[in-house]
Design a protein around this ligand. Structure first.
Ligand code: DLL
Length: 463
């Protein structure tokens, strides 16, 4: 691990908390070159050498221990000893979520179950769950990467971390927990739910860092406001938010209502969990930790690489996972890559904000729409609360989108009709799609306690 700089700004005695928070925000924006690990600033050449060495070891691990991987590697003529360049990996076909499902539960593991330290799994609401495993070494590297992630956003040893990511089979809670402990931060292992209690403990314990899905962070803010508690006056300074797509507009709302600086963090259980990529203080994309993962961006239709700057599907290869090496895993997440040097001094590429999943993209009358694009239009519109749901229905041969939003206050039928007109108009002019808008009364839409369910697809039900 490299040298660390101590940057924690203390509250200035005699100044209001809010003023101190503003000072902190200004200060963090100028912080640069403070890293948790020396690997974060390796030269590109050194990074490529390390990646090649680790990729060889990963292929060897997969080839020796996972019959399915061995067959694929052999068929591609990619015996681990034959790997000369990182690009050689392109000869190997992609792997997908169904490969994990087809080998349920442990068929793609490179270690027998007795040698594992932990197992996580997806909820399995749509088919068999995908099961992922970790050796003790994997858990330790995960904790390091999550500590690196927390450090990158400005958390420092001793900062109290309120962890509202779900604990359990979901990787968010325990993954973040391990990283906070590794960094030397005391953790409050809240998990999701019990929102009034979350508010009380944030206030009483004086948490400095909040970890949650962005939709749940907003639900916490709303519950506090309803209770007459001003979380902006709490000790919260930093937010680590992720596990679902969210917009810049949502970031602004969350920062305003919680009085903290909000950072985006990305990950997926198939390749590890949270801690795969994270924004730094520059907030101009998420550094993908390239000493542990290889990132590619492909055209989801053709599978061919897309040029830097263009949008495509992220493909990830693990470089240090022992229990479950994943080779060329198609994430379905649509993003862009930025390989230019970041102001913070880190050399790892940046993954731009994930717009959404390929499989969440709606095609409404020929227009491709991601829920996060609708969110960007809705959040912050006057009179509208930042909660929404999208209902997709089929009328005859045409797919129709109903956008359900919530009025901030009880405005009566006329007020609701005016709000609906305003939202419909802005969605049409900014995204180019005609939608139906239903304005509900305050508090009528469901609130998330984890990953928000944004889309209700009624098409398969014959509507
Ligand atoms: O959501 C891991 C995680 C936990 C990441 C906590 C960040 C914070 P999964 O449940 O396997 O793992 O879901 C992974 O969630 O493929 C994306 O579609 C989506 N996702 C995760 N982070 C972001 C993000 C965790 N920052 C899937 N922005 C991924 C947009 C995200 N989508």
């Amino acid at each position: 691990m490299g040298a660390r700089a101590e940057l924690t700004p203390e509250l200035v005695p005699g100044r209001s908390r809010t003023a101190a928070k503003t000072a902190h925000t200004a200060q963090t924006a100028h912080i640069a070159r403070a890293t948790y690990a020396a690997e974060e600033t390796l030269s590109r050449d050194a990074l490529a050498t390390l990646q090649l060495e680790r990729l060889r070891a990963t292929l060897a691990n997969a080839w020796q221990h996972v019959p399915w991987q061995r067959a694929r590697l052999d068929a591609a003529g990619l015996h681990p000893d034959a790997l000369r360049h990182l690009d050689d990996l392109e000869r190997l076909p992609f792997s997908v979520k169904n490969d994990l499902r087809d080998h349920y539960p442990f068929g793609l593991f490179a270690r027998p179950v007795e040698q594992l330290a932990r197992v996580h799994a997806s909820s399995g609401t749509t088919g068999r769950p995908t099961v992922v495993g970790y050796t003790a070494g994997d858990l330790s590297r995960w904790a390091d990467l999550m500590a690196r992630t927390l450090y990158a956003i400005g958390a420092r040893p001793g900062d109290l971390v309120h962890n509202a990511f779900g604990y359990g089979l979901f990787t968010g809670g325990l993954g973040t927990h391990g990283g906070a402990e590794r960094l030397g931060c005391p953790v409050v292992p809240m998990s999701g739910g019990g929102t009034e209690r979350q508010v009380a403990l944030i206030m009483d314990f004086g948490a400095r860092v909040l970890c949650a899905t962005p939709s749940y962070a907003l639900a916490i803010a709303e519950t506090a406001e309803r209770q007459g508690i001003d979380l902006r006056a709490s000790r919260l300074r930093l937010g680590v938010f992720g596990a679902e797509p969210w917009s810049e507009a949502m970031r602004e709302r969350i920062e305003e209502r919680l009085g903290l600086r909000a950072y985006d963090t990305y990950g997926l259980s198939e390749v590890m969990g949270p801690g795969v990529a994270c924004e730094c203080e520059a907030r101009s994309g998420l550094h993908g930790w390239e000493d542990h993962f290889l990132f590619e961006l492909i055209d989801p239709e053709s599978g061919h690489p897309v040029p830097d700057g263009a949008s495509g599907e992220l493909v990830v290869t693990t470089l240090t996972k022992e229990a479950l090496p994943m080779l060329r895993y198609r994430t379905r997440d649509i993003t862009r890559l930025d390989r230019t040097r970041c102001a913070c001094g880190r050399t790892h590429l940046r993954i731009l904000r994930v717009a959404g999943r390929n499989d969440d993209m709606l095609i409404i009358r020929g227009v491709n729409v991601y829920p996060s694009q609708i969110e960007a239009v809705l959040v912050g519109r006057p009179g509208i609360a930042p909660h929404y749901q999208l209902v997709v229905e089929r009328h005859g041969a045409l797919d129709q989108l109903r956008v359900e939003v919530e009025a901030l206050a009880d405005t009566g039928a006329d007020g609701r009709a005016a709000l609906a007109d305003d939202v419909r108009h802005h969605i049409k002019s900014m995204i180019g799609v005609t939608v139906e808008v239903a304005v509900m009364g305050p508090g009528q839409l469901p609130r998330s306690e984890g990953k928000a369910v944004r889309v209700r697809d009624l098409r398969s039900k014959g509507n």
